[in-house]
Design a protein around this ligand. Structure first.
Ligand code: QUE
Length: 395
């Protein structure tokens, strides 16, 4: 392939068929995912879907530094300064969450090699696949509260899968975590040394895959398990989160966002360096984002992945109308002064009535539901129609 773009693909012939390699290749932006990249990913996933001669997909990054650092929120921030009703923003979030939905519901096994940064939008894609590989160098996070946003890309679904209080701790603080925590919380399936990638790849190329759809997934599981690093058999509390499971649960167990945020703010001397570090990330975030994120994650705990992604779309548009998201992107990613001027300076200034409007529906949910399930690549039927027509009643 001579033309290098942000998303590259290659069909590797094996036996009578192929496996499809997809490479995320925007290393200068640490693979921040743009609208064009989501469109390209959708195009590839749709074209491989119906082909019986494609056994499985392998998604990875051209750089060991990052599988994905997030969505291209720099673009979103820049657009927000021009026009809060920007069509480019509307299209971006529609494309992003539809791509997440496609990965979550794909009909073929997908191996994702999640080395380096695995944050925000990158984690959204990663979490949708059937075979999730992390390495000892993987650094995961849902860091959006730092930019006045919320844990999106299906986090209401995947952070709630196992140990809900621990998942919510990650979403509300933006804490960085590692491969072992990801395995503990069912956010990854295998931990393999990063430098084994070529060896694993060659192994996959040398195998027979003309064995039936179901057997392909099982065979992949077996092969990846052979390369996986063993966890200490007798030490279930291997990751950081499970080591502090009881303490975190006590702080996060309330249903009341204000109580939980205060528990975190006033958590003095936790006696654990990882918790200290996580609380430092938390304190830098937007108080309004803490409150909204906690309530959002809590309410998402019983929802399907599609409902969560449709909620994400609605919530993202609500955040675009507010002030903190634009301010957070400005302070951290555009001007880089690291000094956001948040709408609410403290959690005790926020009232339930400040949160309620964010939970009102402003999208045309039925149309967006259809859009998520359609293979309409050019999006002719859904272009710029995310919103309910002005003045229409809330559904
Ligand atoms: C919180 C975030 C993001 C972030 C930093 C945060 C995020 C994101 C990026 C990012 C990183 C590198 C880039 C880029 C964006 O940083 O979502 O364009 O080149 O995408 O503290 O949520």
């Amino acid at each position: 392939m001579t033309l290098e773009s942000y998303v590259n693909s290659y069909l590797h012939p094996i036996g009578k068929g192929f496996f499809a390699e997809i490479t995320l290749n925007r290393p200068k932006a640490l693979n921040a995912l743009s609208s064009e990249m989501f469109q390209e990913l959708q195009k590839l996933l749709f074209s491989f879907k119906e082909r019986e001669d494609i056994y499985f997909l392998f998604v990875h990054s051209s750089s060991t530094r990052s599988f994905g650092s997030g969505g291209d929120v720099k673009m979103v921030g820049q657009e927000l300064f021009k026009n809060k009703e920007s069509k480019a923003i509307e299209e971006f979030f529609k494309l992003e969450y539809k791509t997440d939905y496609l990965f979550q519901t794909y009909n073929k096994p997908i191996v994702a090699w999640g080395d380096g940064l695995l944050m925000g939008g990158g984690l959204g894609i990663f979490n949708g696949v059937s075979h999730r590989v992390v390495t000892p160098n993987t650094l995961l996070a849902m860091p959006e509260v730092a930019i006045g946003f919320f844990p999106d890309v299906g986090a209401g679904y995947f952070l709630n899968k196992k140990f809900q209080e621990l998942g919510r701790f990650l979403g509300v603080t933006g804490a960085r975590f590692g491969a072992d925590d990801a395995l503990d919380l069912d956010l990854a399936d295998y931990k393999i040394e990063g430098m084994k990638k070529d060896e694993v790849f060659s192994k996959l190329l040398g195998e027979t895959w003309d064995i039936g759809e179901k057997a392909v997934g099982e065979k992949l599981s077996g092969l990846l398990s052979q390369y996986a690093l063993n966890r200490h058999e007798n030490d279930k509390k291997y990751g950081q989160l499970l080591k502090c499971e009881d303490e975190i649960k006590v702080k996060l167990q309330s249903n009341d966002w204000k109580e939980v945020c205060e528990n975190l703010l006033f958590w003095k001397n936790p006696g654990n360096a990882w918790i200290e570090e996580s609380l430092a990330y938390f304190r830098k975030g937007s108080p309004l984002s803490w409150a909204l994120s906690f309530r959002y994650l809590k309410e998402a705990s019983t929802k399907s992945v599609k409902d969560v992604l449709l909620d994400d779309l609605n919530f993202a548009f609500q955040f675009c109308r507010g002030e903190d998201f634009r301010e957070g992107v400005r302070a951290l990613l555009l001007d880089k002064d690291q000094n956001p001027n948040w709408a609410f300076k403290a959690i005790d200034k926020i009232k339930e009535a400040d949160l309620d409007p964010y939970f009102e529906n402003i999208i045309n949910r039925e149309l967006m539901d259809d859009y998520f399930s359609s293979e309409d690549l050019l999006d002719q039927n859904h272009r710029h129609q995310a919103f309910q027509s002005k003045g229409s009643p809330q559904v």
